[in-house]
Design a protein around this ligand. Structure first.
Ligand code: AVJ
Length: 322
């Protein structure tokens, strides 16, 4: 009988009980599935920044190239004295390409669940743009949150949602999220969104199974986090990373595969894993211009402009509330 390893983390505090319930609900689902939001603790955010530099992970540099090339046209769509609202802002690195093209922005409001990462990035933006009002909001952007009050009123709200993070949401959730963004944008508001396009599965699978193993570490870090924060006893060595293209769903699925039959303890719960059983840790949907337009229209947005790289790998789209 394998001795049960001592949980590394202390028993969850009150705040963590919601996380415990959500995680247990995911681990009791079929298939087992956890929200990709759990990937982004401090270590996870650092690993994601490293992923963005990988040769296989074309998304970041391709989108950055589009933003750099068409920033002026995007700025013309956004207009003067706008409030730029960025859900899931992370490092806000791409945002600077827009901020450089928007000298009279009323304010920049980054929203992120990772407080330390958010505040560090907001400070860096404030230092680089001293005349800009930067108002970070630490929140889960899939939930309701209120916009901060501005020093001077903005002419309109434009949501900036780059990086194909929309791809993490299955269709009904994606439409709900786009509806929430329309709610935040309000009458006359806009949306500038980055979407990764469906392409050769070999290119997609390479982007999520990089040679250096950074994506695998990003995925595996989830177990380390649950052990630390929820007193679980996952043995990362008994799982392997997997990212596969699922054509029927037009998405990459990221999994942690159990290498043997095992029992994981989380607080007072026991969770059984069969050998070969998959824990879904992320969906990354890949779009066509049509599939995205359908979702956006269903959420009340009207597509206005689209910019794509020469290889047709990635698209940045501008939409307005009608
Ligand atoms: C930040 C959600 C856009 O789906 O490509 C990168 C996250 N996952 N490598 C993506 C991610 C694995 C990324 N998003």
């Amino acid at each position: 009988m394998r001795r049960r390893p001592t949980p590394v983390g202390s028993r969850p505090g009150a705040a963590d009980w919601l996380l415990v319930e959500q995680v247990l609900a995911g681990l009791r689902a079929t298939p087992k599935r956890l929200s990709p939001a759990y990937l982004y603790d401090r270590r996870g955010s650092q690993l994601f920044e490293a992923i963005c530099e990988l040769p296989e992970y074309y998304l970041t540099r391709t989108e950055t190239g589009i933003l750099a090339q068409f920033a002026d046209e995007m700025a013309a769509c956004i207009g003067e004295r706008a409030l730029l609202l960025e859900p899931g802002s992370g490092s806000s690195r791409k945002t600077r390409l827009l901020l450089d093209a928007l000298p009279d922005l009323a304010a920049y409001v980054p929203v992120d669940i990772s407080r330390s990462h958010l505040l560090a990035a907001a400070r860096a933006v404030q230092a680089a743009y001293p005349r800009l009002e930067v108002l970070p909001v630490c929140a889960d952007f899939t939930q309701r949150y209120t916009l901060p009050a501005l020093r001077r009123p903005s002419a309109r709200v434009v949501v900036f949602f780059p990086g194909s993070t929309l791809g993490n949401f299955d269709a009904p959730e994606a439409v709900r999220l786009l509806e929430r963004m329309r709610h935040n944008a309000g009458e006359g508001g806009g949306l500038l969104v980055g979407i990764d396009l469906a392409k050769d599965p070999a290119i997609l699978e390479r982007a999520y199974n990089d040679h250096a193993g950074v994506t695998a570490a990003f995925n595996m870090n989830l177990l380390v986090r649950l052990n630390r924060e929820l007193a679980a006893d996952f043995d990362p060595g008994s799982f392997r990373h997997e990212a596969v293209w699922v054509p029927a769903e037009s998405r990459i699925e990221m999994h942690l595969v159990s290498l043997r039959a095992q029992t994981v303890h989380l607080v007072d719960a026991r969770v059984q894993f069969a050998a070969g059983e998959r824990l879904v840790t992320e969906h990354c949907h890949k779009y066509t211009a049509e599939s995205f337009a359908t979702q956006a229209r269903a959420a009340g947005w009207t597509p206005r402009r689209a910019w794509t790289d020469t290889q047709g790998y990635f698209s940045v789209q501008y939409l307005e509330t009608v």
